[in-house]
Design a protein around this ligand. Structure first.
Ligand SMILES: Cc1cc2nc3c(=O)[nH]c(=O)nc-3n(C[C@H](O)[C@H](O)[C@H](O)COP(=O)(O)OP(=O)(O)OC[C@H]3O[C@@H](n4cnc5c(N)ncnc54)[C@H](O)[C@@H]3O)c2cc1C
Length: 262
């Protein structure tokens, strides 16, 4: 690692101020950033730790019926605290990585990182969530811009995520056993006015909505409705699976998710 300074703000306002320093970068659970620093793939001069900001932690219901999760809330806290309100989302958090990762990693860090195989991006996009930062609110449909790329601007901090709660949802994750990340996973959310389907792990463009499946499932919510569909796009091909295999898995995971809900 290179040398760097560490700032430990205790409020969002102080974190924003610390982030204005040259080459400052936020750190939350460090589950992604620390290995990145160790590999010398990043060299910030100031790390702004968000872990001491209490106003960024916890789960609550908003007046408009959305589930609000602080950006600094760990995966294990989401798994425990969201279960009564949004079990489909709690189940996503409960299956991220292993206990050590879940006890340190945060929803804000995961959404800021936008790993093309991460779980929360699928849950956020599939739920039609809103990503709240220190300066604005961004609809999930406008937030995920590609692999490791988001609408966040320099110095912007994810402070909260607001989730509309569907009638039913399910996250079907085909685990890559070495990393615990999904090889491919699909989040299906059934709302009163339609169905949303978000796919992670499959595309070189990162998480995406499978709109063809959404239309079919909104008309007929059954696994048979997606049986003849094939996900198109620039699929990832690597030593774990070819592009064709991943496209196939998208269909299989979607059918399983729908069957689990039905
Ligand atoms: C062994 C292992 C298995 C894993 N398995 C999975 C899995 O199955 N599914 C999955 O989804 N993930 C998995 N992960 C990743 C894990 O979920 C991380 O917690 C997550 O990717 C990053 O969260 P973090 O809080 O640790 O962020 P950090 O590592 O602290 O930061 C990640 C990035 O986000 C930025 N950042 C952090 N917080 C914020 C914020 N609030 N606002 C703006 N920018 C911010 C940082 O500057 C950095 O660029 C795994 C990780 C490991 C090590």
């Amino acid at each position: 690692m290179y040398n760097f300074d560490v700032e430990r703000p205790t409020s969002i306002a102080d974190a924003v101020q610390a982030m204005s320093k040259e080459e400052a970068q936020p750190i939350s659970g460090g589950q992604t950033l620390i290995p990145t620093l160790k590999a010398r793939l990043a060299a910030p001069s100031v790390l702004v730790s968000l872990t001491g900001i209490e106003e960024m932690k916890g789960v609550c219901m908003s007046d408009d019926g959305r589930l609000c999760i602080g950006g600094g809330t760990t995966h294990s806290a989401v798994a425990a605290e969201a279960a009564a309100h949004y079990p489909g989302l709690a189940s996503v958090a409960a299956r991220i990585g292993d206990p050590a990762v879940r006890n340190r990693g945060t929803i804000g860090g995961s959404l800021a990182n936008n790993d093309p195989s991460a779980c929360y991006p699928a849950a956020a996009l599939g739920s039609g969530a809103t990503i709240v930062t220190n300066s604005r609110e961004i609809a999930a449909d406008d937030y995920f811009l590609g692999m490791f790329t988001t609408a966040l601007e320099e110095g912007e901090i994810v402070t909260e995520v607001k989730f509309p709660i569907p009638q039913a949802s399910h996250y079907e994750k085909f685990i890559q056993p070495a990393s615990r990340f999904p090889l491919v996973a699909v989040f299906v959310a059934k709302f009163s006015d339609g169905v949303r389907v978000a796919v992670t792990g499959a595309s070189n463009d990162g998480v995406f909505r499978w709109t063809e499946a959404e239309e079919a499932l909104s008309a007929n919510f059954s696994a048979d409705a997606v049986a003849g569909l094939k996900a198109e796009g620039d699929m990832i091909s690597d030593l774990h699976g070819t592009a064709e295999y991943r496209a196939h898995l998208v269909g299989v995971m979607t059918k399983r998710a729908v069957a689990a809900i039905a």
